[in-house]
Design a protein around this ligand. Structure first.
Ligand code: CA
Ligand code: CA
Length: 587
């Protein structure tokens, strides 16, 4: 490079930032696939495609975590302080986050200084179900890509925050939106693909998983989650999902839900993409007798073709809004390639990840009412009298019999991701123990209108807690320990080689507990509720820990009687970063 070019580059940095700029992302597909092994960056949602949320770093550990202190905090500013659910990404000294109202930032990880901010221009009339949140972006090449509340995908230059391309997923007026972190997946046929789902299950949209080219957002394949709908590959129809009317009656499958709103994981050992599908629409299950596949299911997809390799349905003919979207985490179960998932319905499932075969399942929350347990194939053994009654059988045909159901529709676990530690071989599940009154009503589909056919209110079932961080042994089904929390847990979990489990609470605390006993070793009040997963990485020889703080999400909006108990929690919007302080006393 000639000297005038060097000078020009240096002065451009000085002008735009007023200080030396950290180098900017150039992320290869190999970097993405190997993310779990590289402790000096965080390139994927889940700290690796398998979604274990485990970092081998041990500089911060059981012996010294009590000294962990803030390095910096940055405000997300403005009048848009709603729930902050994003997981940060970190590459070459730059942190990439998203925030409420479809905003994104790049931040210098050494100083907490903003490098750029992108504010997506949202139209009037967006239809987010559960707060104006976002769960983070994806890094690939020189781009940072995320989804918006008006159902668009936006690829930004990681260096400048300028828009490179935008694609519409679908029509926001029909109830579509997008909040999950996109997934980057390697393929032989198409190169790296951006794999996303859709949000909008409460509006009768059809769930689907889609793959796009990362360079321009061009659609490569699409796979609907609901039986009877046709997939596409390379611009042509490919195959139908399932067989029309096999498990759905009449035309109900046409507005059948199964939204894929929480995004997916990718396992490079089996080369499979795992997504969950949400509740069938409407909620009133008496209108759609049958299993209603693949609603409330996990599906494994071949990223080369978009074909379903296996499916596992957790709640056939769901009547409680037990979305089957919760993350599918790959792990080694004594030599078996396994996955685990903690369902909204209160059961924890261990499956063979190569073929979807049921290995075991067990409750991870107490007092479940709707099923007695699981049979040898993992199907729920229903308690028929605990299903909300059929309104068609009521005296006036307008309101079915009310039942009290556990878990509540917000689930034994919701969007907040669990973590796995290969050191302890335990999963750490941010669970909630609560119930609901629920009844069914008649309903007809109308585009862009809520399509439920149910009335409900959430209630507590224990005096001392709703939230419970549970250490779950996937080999035995035992709950090894649990740490109760007064408010419902809504943030994710991180495990580390230092023997620590980090998680946040709506009360605002970021906590570190001992991964074998649950003993609290450190806690810090971030000033607003935490509803996002923490991350850790190594920066210039120091272990850093970051989390977003900002109360919001589904609980204050949908929590019924429980929402009143958390109405004192204050909103916010900060990124906090922690590390061990260098000694100041000089001894
Ligand atoms: Ca990494
Ligand atoms: Ca739902």
């Amino acid at each position: 490079m000639t000297s005038w070019k060097l000078l020009a580059t240096a002065s451009a940095c000085a002008l735009s930032l007023g200080l030396a700029s950290p180098s900017m992302a150039d992320v290869s597909i190999e970097d993405v696939v190997n993310d779990a092994k590289s402790a000096n960056d965080v390139l994927t949602s889940g700290l690796g495609g398998q979604g274990q949320r485990y970092s081998p770093l041990d500089a911060v550990n059981k012996d010294n975590v009590s000294g962990l202190a803030p390095a910096w905090a940055m405000s997300l500013g403005g009048e848009k302080m709603r729930g902050q659910q994003a997981q940060p990404l970190v590459k070459d000294g730059v942190m990439y986050i998203t925030g409420s109202y479809s905003r994104a930032w790049a931040i210098d990880v050494k100083t907490g200084r903003e490098l750029w901010q992108y504010d997506h221009r949202l139209p009037e009339g967006i239809l987010p179900c559960c707060d104006v949140i976002n769960r983070g972006g994806a890094l690939i090449g020189d781009k940072f890509i995320f989804g918006t509340l008006d159902a668009k995908l936006v690829a930004l230059s990681a260096k400048t925050g300028k828009v490179v391309w935008t694609k519409e997923i679908d029509d926001y007026k029909a109830g579509y939106s997008y909040t999950a972190a996109p997934l980057i997946v390697p393929t032989k046929a198409h190169g790296p693909l951006l794999v996303t789902g859709v949000s909008g299950g409460e509006f009768g949209v059809i769930g689907r998983v889609e793959a796009r080219k990362v360079d321009n957002g061009e659609l490569v394949w699409s796979r609907p989650t609901i039986e009877g709908h046709m997939g596409t590959l390379n611009g042509k129809e490919s195959t139908m999902t399932g067989k029309k009317n096999e498990t759905w009656p009449g035309d109900l499958w046409k507005t059948g839900g199964g939204a894929t709103w929480l995004g997916g994981t990718y396992d490079d050992e089996t080369k499979l993409v795992f997504f969950g599908a949400g509740n069938p629409a409407p909620w009133n299950s008496h209108m759609r007798p049958g299993d209603n596949k693949w609603s409330c299911s996990r599906i494994a997809i071949d990223p080369e073709t978009g074909e379903i390799k296996w499916g596992f349905q957790t709640t056939p003919n769901d009547g409680w809004d037990f979305d089957g979207v919760n993350e599918v985490v790959s792990f080694d179960l004594d030599g078996t390639k396994a996955v685990a998932t903690a369902d909204r319905n209160g059961f924890f499932y261990v499956l063979n990840r190569e073929n979807g075969k049921f290995i075991r399942g067990f409750p991870f929350v107490e007092k479940i009412t709707w099923a007695k347990g699981l049979d040898e194939n993992g199907k729920p053994i229903y308690v028929p009298e605990n299903r909300p009654g059929n309104p068609a059988k009521s005296a006036d045909g307008k309101k079915g019999e009310n039942v009290f159901a556990v878990p509540s529709f917000l689930g034994g676990k919701n969007q907040q991701p669990m973590a796995y530690s290969p050191k302890t071989k335990l999963f750490y599940v941010p669970a909630n123990e609560w119930g609901m009154d629920i009844h069914n009503e008649p309903v007809t589909y109308k585009q862009g209108a809520a399509y439920l056919g149910a009335g409900f209110t959430i209630k507590t079932i224990f005096d001392d807690h709703i939230g419970a961080l549970k250490a779950v042994d996937p080999a035995t089904g035992k709950i090894v320990f649990q740490v109760n929390n007064k408010a419902p847990l809504w943030g994710g979990v991180l495990t580390t080689g230092g023997g620590l489990v980090f998680y946040g609470t709506p009360e605002g605390e970021l906590k570190a507990i001992d991964d074998t006993t649950g003993k609290e070793l450190w806690s810090f009040n971030t000033g607003s509720g935490i509803v996002a997963p923490p991350v850790t990485w190594e920066q210039d020889g120091e272990q850093m820990i970051s989390v977003l703080s900002g109360w919001g999400g589904a609980v204050p909006l949908w929590g019924g009687e429980v929402a009143k108990t958390v109405s004192n929690l204050n909103q916010g919007g900060m990124v906090w970063t922690f590390k061990l302080p260098k000694k100041v006393a000089g001894n």
